[in-house]
Design a binder for this molecule. Structure first.
Ligand SMILES: *Cc1c(COP(=O)(O)O)cnc(C)c1O
Ligand code: SF4
Length: 317
């Protein structure tokens, strides 16, 4: 059973934090409320209001400030949304937003204003998506994203994946999910067996921003995936006050690798309204990566990227 914390006072009590922190907090967040799994809260340091895990999920008053250049649809996704639920921005791969929500609401999320309600995958829409993919043989890879696609039950996932297996020009199934980190118990035997039985190569891209997010349950979930032949990569977002130091980035890469995954992308923050207080400048990002290169092997250096509306791929910085 997924246990979530959605009340601020409950979260603060669990962390032995004083209630006056509530004044720093922005209460009317009906659209993007506090939401964090208990499993994740347990990895936070008690008594530390600056805990890097807490910072990622705690709503704060800065979110209400409007900052120039920080907009509701920074990636221009509404334009790329040809069929509801399907994004085809880059050559050879399409992204399907399978679920309308996540187990966690990350405060910096670039999809925090995304109209998920309009993008639910109904049977008809799925048929439309399949037709779109079938008609375009340049598409090799389907990416399940969200929201969090692993909120979809195993039985349903199996049937969706089965449909994709039947499209002969597809080679790869990729799943972008924060669940292996947030609620690793979701990586069930049934799910893993489904992936290991596929004709398609499978890739899971996890989302971990700080070494402290990885505990033994996360390591177990990732080993399970790896033992079934899944390629496991990690993407992180460069966040002020969370991982904007070379020490934290080094620890993160090493912890990711020790858990069995390879660092993939380090995303510069998308300029989404409400997240400006997490912004780290591009120059600073470049400097951090250059320093990291001096400390770890090349395969532990993630590629620093950003998204630009209209670009043909993520843009290497
Ligand atoms: C990020 C993203 C991808 C995947 O890009 P890669 O560089 O292959 O990881 C695909 N489609 C969309 C719409 C994306 O935002
Ligand atoms: S897991 Fe990803 S999509 Fe979900 S809220 Fe966090 S950043 Fe956004």
């Amino acid at each position: 059973m997924l246990k979530l914390v959605t009340e601020l006072d409950q979260l603060l009590a669990m962390l032995d934090l004083p209630n006056d922190l509530l004044q720093e907090v922005n209460i009317p967040m009906h659209q993007f409320p506090l939401r964090v799994p208990v499993e994740f809260v347990k990895r936070m340091q008690k008594g530390d209001p600056n805990d890097p895990l807490l910072k990622q999920v705690l709503p704060v008053k800065y979110e209400n400030e409007s900052v120039i250049n920080f907009t509701k649809d920074p990636l221009g996704e509404s334009g790329a949304n040809k069929i509801p639920g399907l994004l085809h921005k880059y050559h050879g791969r399409v992204l399907v937003t399978l679920a309308g929500s996540c187990v966690v609401n990350c405060r910096y999320c670039f999809r925090r204003h995304f109209p998920y309600e309009d993008n639910q995958i109904t049977k008809d829409r799925w048929r439309e998506i399949l037709n779109y993919i079938k008609k375009d043989a340049s598409i090799k890879e389907v990416i399940f994203s969200g929201g969090d696609p692993l909120l979809v039950k195993d039985g349903k996932l199996k049937s969706l994946v089965h449909d994709l297996e039947n499209i002969s020009h597809l080679t790869t199934l990729r799943i972008h999910s924060r669940i292996p980190i947030m609620t690793p118990s979701r990586i069930t035997d049934e799910f893993v067996e489904m992936l290991s039985g596929l004709r398609l190569q499978s890739v899971i891209v996890t989302h971990c921003n700080h070494a402290q997010e990885i505990d033994s349950s996360v390591v177990r979930a990732i080993s399970k995936l790896k033992n079934s032949g899944v390629t496991v990569l990690n993407q992180a977002v460069l966040l002020k006050g969370v991982n904007d130091s070379v020490k934290v980035l080094k620890d993160l890469s090493e912890a990711i690798f020790a858990a069995g995954a390879i660092p993939y992308y380090l995303h510069a923050l998308d300029k989404v309204q409400g997240a400006a207080h997490f912004d780290v400048s591009i120059e600073e990002g470049r400097r951090l990566i250059a320093e990291l290169e001096g400390l770890v092997p090349g395969y532990l250096v993630p590629t620093l990227v950003c998204e630009e509306a209209g670009a043909k791929s993520k843009v290497r910085l």
